[in-house]
Every structure is written in structure tokens, then in C-alpha cells.
Write a new protein. Structure first.
Length: 70
């Protein structure tokens, strides 16, 4: 939701219907390939699912500051 708000603030005033259609299509999360990954909230859930499905775990970790400053 924050991304949508930020995007709307950056867009010029008077967006045409055609431009809005393009932007709306780009913001549809379900159309993105990463949205099809069965994400898990905890490592325990991921381990259980991986063992059950006999699949590996991909773990993405970020320990830095979210805005990029050290």
C-alpha cells in the first residue's frame, strides 16, 4: 500500500484513463512471478513444508538498514 501511495504522489496530476490502465496493470501483484512462491512466515513453517514436499528452502535475509545507510 505504501508503494501505491508513493507512486500516486509522484504521478503527474491529470492522469489519463489509458495511463491509469497501464499503471494499474503494473501494480497487480498477482501478475508478478514472485507472488506465486509459497512464502512462509517462520523458519519452522518453511522446514515443515520443505520436509513434507521434499523441496529445498530458499531463505532471504536482510540485516542492514532498510534505507541503505550503515
Amino acid at each position: 500500500m505504501r508503494i501505491l501511495t508513493l507512486l500516486l504522489l509522484c504521478l503527474p496530476v491529470g492522469l489519463s484513463d489509458e495511463e491509469f490502465s497501464v499503471v494499474k496493470k503494473e501494480l497487480q501483484i498477482k501478475s508478478k512471478p514472485w507472488a506465486t512462491i509459497p512464502w512462509r512466515a517462520t523458519v519452522t513453517e518453511a522446514r515443515d513444508a520443505a520436509a513434507r514436499e521434499k523441496k529445498p528452502i530458499f531463505m532471504m535475509v536482510d540485516t542492514g538498514n532498510p534505507i541503505g545507510f550503515a
